[in-house]
Design a protein around this ligand. Structure first.
Ligand code: FES
Length: 108
């Protein structure tokens, strides 16, 4: 079954995204991005390009729940290479859909 059809058949699920270091939490619909979660609680997470995968200012490190995320796209990988302090758990918040509860660190 395609992911598109799956979304229409299955009831919507919601997940918590906890941001570090503040500890603030956002409850979002499955498929929302980490950036959507931050914006829903007015958390200051830079996103200079507006979510177009062309700036890397929304770089975050997914400390818990990363195993439930989709693979990074080629574009995301390329853009992350320009981010300071990137790790193998690094993601672009605007490109990463929430598919489980997550704990996310915003690098300082
Ligand atoms: S906001 Fe620019 S890459 Fe995410």
């Amino acid at each position: 079954m395609s992911r598109f059809l799956f979304k229409f058949i299955m009831p919507l699920r919601r997940f918590w995204v906890t941001f570090e270091p503040s500890g603030r939490r956002a409850l979002v619909d499955e498929g929302s991005t980490i950036l959507d979660a931050a914006r829903s609680i007015d958390l200051n997470l830079d996103h200079v390009c507006g979510g177009c995968c062309s700036c890397a200012t929304c770089h975050v490190i997914v400390r818990e729940g990363h195993e439930h995320l989709d693979q990074r796209s080629e574009d995301e990988i390329a853009m992350l290479e320009t981010a300071d302090g990137q790790t193998e758990l690094s993601r672009l918040a605007c490109q990463t859909e929430v598919m489980a509860d997550l704990r996310v660190k915003i690098p300082s």
